[in-house]
Design a protein around this ligand. Structure first.
Ligand SMILES: Nc1ncnc2c1ncn2[C@@H]1O[C@H](COP(=O)(O)OP(=O)(O)OP(=O)(O)O)[C@@H](O)[C@H]1O
Ligand SMILES: [Mg+2]
Length: 235
């Protein structure tokens, strides 16, 4: 059984349909990259999984159970955390306060919170060095790390990351993907939205979305066999 199953998902804004019935799965333990150009519908898809948008029809199943109309916060409690597009950290709170807010659903489990804090700082040592600094004073790359770190604080089984590499230098983008690979290797399943095909080598599964439809799905060695990067950029 897949950890995440999306079936025939239709989502739109008002009268305007954006996702035209998409189907995919993410198996437990995988790093799945959802690739697509500007406006393809990636954020719409990942926001629906996180419970921020309601689908018109179709289903999202997590760990074998339909999520139905479950709220975003209830989804966090059941193991789904989102690092949103555009970083959206709390600029007037410190790095540590931002991270602690990510652990809200586990606020009564002080040992878990402490362990997750140590883990996040281990993944992103810069955040440890800047724990008392206001998040608004961090560099773009550090804010992105904080957004991912904050999502990790709820100790999710499924981590959703929306365009972590946007606006980062190629070196910094690589660093974020490498850490994401480590997070996966340590046991957290990851669904990562990207416009940048540079993320493909890190993927166990790749999905390519065009205008609200999935036009390619591949796993494992299939990803190495075809020149996906060219196919995607040529699309
Ligand atoms: N709040 C909204 N109201 C109306 N239309 C929207 C809204 N948000 C997104 N859209 C439209 O839905 C489509 C898909 O947008 P979405 O943000 O999901 O794409 P994306 O793949 O995440 O793009 P990007 O890579 O630029 O973040 C676009 O045509 C966009 O204009
Ligand atoms: Mg987006």
């Amino acid at each position: 059984m897949a950890l995440l199953e999306v079936s025939d998902l239709v989502v739109g804004y008002d009268a305007f349909p954006v996702l035209h019935g998409i189907d995919f799965v993410v198996e437990e333990g995988e790093l799945c990259v959802l690739l697509g150009l500007n406006g393809a519908g990636k954020t719409t898809a990942i926001s629906t999984i996180a419970g921020l948008l309601r689908p018109r029809s179709g289903q999202v199943r997590f760990d074998g159970k339909g999520l139905g109309r479950k709220s975003a916060s209830a989804r966090v409690a059941s193991g789904i955390a989102l690092s949103p597009e555009g970083r959206r950290v709390f600029p007037r709170l410190t790095v540590r306060q931002n991270l602690r807010l990510g652990a809200w659903t586990r606020r009564r489990e002080s040992k878990t919170v402490k362990r997750q804090l140590d883990l996040v700082v281990d993944y992103f040592p810069q955040l440890g060095e800047r724990e008392d600094q206001l998040a608004g004073t961090l560099s773009g790359g550090e804010q992105q790390m904080l957004a991912v770190g904050r999502a990790l604080m709820s100790r999710p089984r499924l981590l959703l990351i929306d365009e972590a590499s946007l606006g980062l230098s190629p070196t910094l983008a690589r660093t974020v993907w490498e850490v994401t690979s480590r997070i996966k290797a340590d046991g957290t399943t990851v669904l990562m939205v990207e416009q940048n095909a540079g993320a493909l080598p890190f993927a166990d599964r790749a999905l390519i979305m065009e205008k609200g439809t999935l036009v390619y799905t591949g796993v494992g060695d299939q990803l190495r066999e075809v020149n996906l990067r060219e196919a995607y950029l040529g699309a």
